[in-house]
Design a protein around this ligand. Structure first.
Ligand SMILES: Cc1ncc(COP(=O)(O)O)c(C=O)c1O
Length: 334
């Protein structure tokens, strides 16, 4: 008798018992064995902290950043490493100022993470917050386009949207919304939590001002790790946290009393690096992408042919974050 093969939805890559059929990845995906092992390796680094160099705070981080960038066809410097979707949206809100008198538009019945910060902003006297009511035909795109074009109501200054509605999966045509938003000068913030990793995303067509995507759903990673893409025009803003790991020269720093005020280039300035600088979470993010390739999950990204790049191999000493030449002495043990 031939051995039964793994049936649909089952894979040796996951540690899922034969009597469990798990379908709820939209809530929490299972972590594949490979990712679990990478996480263990990441934790192991902290078991022997005496082996740490200054560069160790950046190597895994930079590798994860490059993986995340490749996933959406961006550059590593466009990606900040943050802790959650809401953290990314809050970072966007800190750096985008919708004109006074305009509104921030979100979807009715939306997940709270891409919404709360705009409610707060409105309460503090910023742009008003408005929800697009659920259309009877579930055609969110037409409803948003109609609202954008409606000159009888306050103009839309910013849209905070998801590629698909989180509660029923209804798709939005973000490229069409971007075009209409351009026509009225509105900014676009995307929460890709339910999309990136399982649905193609065209950075070129959507051109989000900010796009955030956590790893714990369709990227098969852990909680507490998310990537925030910032359009190059949005990379000179202010992060939510004030710490030294995001400052120029931080990766080579030898003097902790020096007050370096210049932020690193690009999205690296907005990252929660010092909270979990070198943990298993970073490592898992790297490994999950490899696993995703092996699994052949439907996560292929819509990358224009000219922009497909080889994934950069990370080399020590990792100092792409600094404009200064690497300081070998400072990369010695802390
Ligand atoms: C659309 C969407 N955004 C965000 C989140 C989670 O946000 P956070 O990472 O802030 O917890 C979820 C979780 O279900 C979601 O479905």
């Amino acid at each position: 008798m031939p051995q039964p093969t793994l049936s649909f939805g089952r894979s040796a890559l996951f540690d899922i018992p034969a009597d469990i059929t798990y379908l709820n990845a939209a809530s929490l995906s299972p972590i594949p064995r490979l990712v679990r092992d990478a996480g263990a390796q990441g934790l192991q680094r902290k078991v022997t902290p005496w082996n740490f160099t200054r560069a160790s705070f950046y190597d895994i981080v930079e590798a994860a950043r490059a993986e995340a960038a490749a996933l959406i066809g961006a550059q590593p410097g466009d990606i900040a490493i943050v802790g959650s979707a809401s953290y990314g949206i809050a970072t966007a809100a800190r750096n985008l100022k919708p004109p006074s008198g305009s509104v921030v538009l979100t979807l009715a019945e939306e997940h709270p993470s891409p919404v709360y910060v705009w409610i707060r902003l409105a309460a503090e006297g910023g742009a008003a917050h408005e929800e697009v009511p659920r259309p009877a035909d579930h055609d969110w795109t037409s409803a948003i386009l109609a609202r954008l074009a409606d000159r009888t109501r306050p103009p839309v200054g910013l849209l905070s949207l998801t590629p698909l509605h989180w509660n029923d999966g209804a798709l939005l045509d973000l490229a069409a919304i971007r075009t209409a938003a351009d026509a009225v000068g509105a900014m676009l913030v995307i929460d890709g939590t339910q999309s990136i990793g399982v649905q193609p995303f065209s950075l070129q067509a959507v051109r989000p001002d900010f796009l955030v995507f956590p790893t714990y759903k369709w990227l098969l990673g852990p909680y507490g790790l998310a990537f925030l893409y910032a359009d190059p025009r949005r990379q000179s803003g202010i992060p939510l946290e004030e710490h030294n790991f995001s400052r120029i020269g931080a990766d080579t720093i030898s003097n902790h009393y020096e007050r370096a005020l210049d932020f690193m280039d690009g999205a690296r300035r907005a990252q929660q690096l010092h909270h979990a600088a070198h943990g298993h979470r970073r490592y898992q993010a790297v490994a999950q992408r490899r696993c995703r390739a092996n699994c052949r999950l439907p996560g292929a990204v819509d990358q224009p042919p000219g922009r497909r790049r080889r994934r950069p191999r990370f080399r020590e000493p990792p100092t792409p974050t600094s404009r200064r030449a690497p300081d070998r002495a400072a990369q010695a043990r802390l």
